[in-house]
Design a protein around this ligand. Structure first.
Ligand SMILES: [Zn+2]
Length: 170
């Protein structure tokens, strides 16, 4: 039987696989991603209608997807608003409080540096929260964790791994 994975369309970036899986299994309420190509709105509407998603899309190809239209529109509006809102955006996107706080400390511009500093530091079961495979859609979290031993991120990652493993058995 076919795996009940989230329905990743060809017009989203490969990284959206992780976000969509989290949304699909209710691990996060809303996700933010980007189109990988120009696509007709009708095609997007068909996809959202088929899977019960709501989408908010801006003119630069960034989009928020949720089962709740209000969440999708609200997060996209916050993302596009002027000013620093790293913490609030992270909370609304369903990331752990500790990781949102850390992200706000380093700022959006410091997240890549934080990710680089954490790389090679994940050991044992915490390898599950290594986000380095995220761009290719091979990670269990879609945010940069506050540390290489963040238990809240591990809980999220484990939830996704468990749901994927259960779906593979179907
Ligand atoms: Zn954390």
């Amino acid at each position: 039987m076919k795996r009940l994975s989230s329905p990743l369309p060809h017009w989203l970036k490969p990284s959206a696989r992780v976000d969509l899986d989290q949304l699909w299994w209710g691990i996060r309420p809303v996700i933010r991603t980007q189109l990988s190509m120009t696509v007709e709105r009708a095609l997007i509407a068909r996809w959202t209608g088929r899977f019960g998603f709501h989408i908010a899309l801006d003119t630069d190809g960034f989009l928020c997807v949720s089962r709740n239209a209000y969440f999708a529109r609200g997060v996209l509006a916050l993302d596009r608003s002027v000013g620093k809102h790293t913490f609030e955006l992270g909370i609304r996107l369903g990331y752990p409080f500790c990781c949102c706080r850390r992200a706000a400390e380093v700022g959006d511009e410091g997240l890549d540096e934080l990710a680089a500093a954490l790389s090679q530091q994940f050991h044992g079961r915490f390898k599950l929260i290594d986000p380095s495979g995220y761009p290719d859609g091979r990670a269990f979290i879609s945010h940069v964790p506050c540390s290489a031993r963040c238990k809240h991120s591990l809980r999220m990652a484990s939830a996704l791994q468990n749901r994927q493993a259960a779906a593979d058995l179907c």
